[in-house]
Write a protein that binds this ligand. Structure first.
Ligand SMILES: *Cc1c(COP(=O)(O)O)cnc(C)c1O
Length: 401
């Protein structure tokens, strides 16, 4: 048995393998360069092109680009009419932006538990958390697996709720043959470098709802419009109106040019992510005390994250020791996510009590392995080798320092 690098042995690889990373090629560079010299570096034609590319890809009418996925979520909460006193139900196993967007609007995030298999928001617990004040559900496609939308749609229809899908992880995924982006009232994509395609920073809302679309357009640019048919009155060609309190949440043309160029390779990126995860699951499926990601038969994930769960009765050294062991082997594992309500800011808001049992259990046991399209087959095999080395070590000597 090989000695773990954590305890002084040779690491599986000499350089750190990150958990996620962008893939920029020559076409991307040329796209940004030609935008840079085109005369517009912001508020030019590239934004429309990027919005069209994403809207056409998923098959919706409208897309609105934002400076980040977080800004896009803020816009969606605004468009949904979230305000003081309104409750919005979401999952605790997500990035903080999924619920911060509710706070930005003065609303109250309410956390419902996750499904123990998919780790997505649980429809039954969501139903239990609905009150007369509930206005919306923010469902997160955690790891790239789309949420099971039917039960949320039923709840939304019964209670008059807006469904916002946080699809930061799931561009390119499908549910029951339908592309993510067509399932909810508004769907958010993020273009942060670790996501499926990148614009360095950036986000987008897609929707088929024209009223939401108009609000989103206003919101991302100070609440200002120059559209003749929207003006209360018109004083001349210079005239514009600030009709709502919006923000400056625009994306630049440089970013949009990069995003459009990346969209050309989205299907290839997703295919590569699927191939890597198939190899992982083949390698890890039978290991003792390890749970590989469960996939609902109707879901075709686009695989942002690949997460292993460790049964801590077999690995009493605990998740922290496993994490450190991987890192010492130069495998850049991560943990997604700390339950949002346990963040100090949320605890101070009074969320300390809102413990979700499945989310807590999940958090103790989860480890995210490296996954991104540019990983080489050698990188993938390094992750597998390190996993077998670490598991072998802990199973033979289960009590450790
Ligand atoms: C990345 C991410 C966001 C925020 O996106 P940014 O573009 O970084 O602002 C929101 N929700 C989830 C689940 C994410 O992973």
């Amino acid at each position: 048995m090989d000695k773990l690098a954590l305890y002084g042995g040779q690491p599986v690889r000499s350089q750190m393998l990150y958990y996620g990373q962008q893939w920029i090629n020559e076409a991307d560079i040329q796209a940004v360069l030609s935008s840079l010299t085109s005369g517009f570096i912001t508020q030019g034609p590239e934004i429309d092109k990027f919005e069209r590319a994403v809207a056409d890809y998923v098959g919706v009418k409208y897309a609105v680009a934002f400076s980040s996925g977080t800004a896009a979520l803020h816009g969606a909460c605004y468009a949904a009419g979230i305000g003081a006193g309104d409750e919005v139900i979401t999952t605790p196993i997500t990035f903080v932006a999924s619920s911060n967007c509710v706070l930005y609007q003065g609303g109250t995030p309410v956390f419902a538990d996750i499904d123990p298999h998919t780790y997505n928001l649980c429809p039954e617990d969501t139903k239990r958390k609905i009150t007369a004040r509930t206005k919306a559900i923010i469902a997160v496609d955690f790891t790239g697996q789309p949420v099971h939308m039917e039960p949320f749609r039923e709840l939304a229809d019964q209670h008059g709720l807006v469904i916002i899908q946080d699809a930061a992880h799931s561009l390119g995924a499908e549910y029951a043959g339908k592309k993510v982006g067509t399932l909810a009232d508004m769907t958010m994509f993020s273009f942060h470098p670790v996501k499926h395609v990148t614009s360095a920073e950036g986000g987008m809302i897609v929707t088929d709802n024209e009223a939401f679309y108009q609000k989103l357009i206003l919101f991302r640019s100070h609440g200002i419009t120059k559209e003749p048919e929207l003006l209360h009155h018109d004083e001349g060609p210079w005239y514009y109106e600030m009709q709502e309190l919006g923000y400056h949440y625009r994306m630049t043309d440089l970013q949009a040019a990069l995003g459009t160029s990346q969209m050309d390779r989205l299907d290839g990126f997703v295919a590569r992510r699927r191939a890597i995860t198939a190899r992982y699951t083949e390698a890890f499926g039978d290991l003792p005390g390890i749970t590989v990601p469960y996939q609902h038969p109707d879901a075709n994930s686009s695989w942002h994250l690949y997460i292993l769960r460790f049964d801590l009765s077999l690995y009493p050294a605990g998740r922290k020791e496993l994490f450190l062991a991987y890192r010492a082997e130069n495998i850049g594992v991560h943990v997604h996510y700390i339950p949002v309500y346990n963040q100090p800011y949320y605890e101070e808001l009074g969320y300390a009590q809102s413990q979700c049992a499945n989310a807590e259990d999940y958090y103790q046991e989860a480890l995210t392995l490296p996954l991104y399209p540019k990983m080489s087959d050698r990188d993938v095999e390094d992750v597998i080798e390190a996993t077998k080395k670490i598991i072998g070590f802990f199973l033979e000597k289960p009590i450790s320092i």
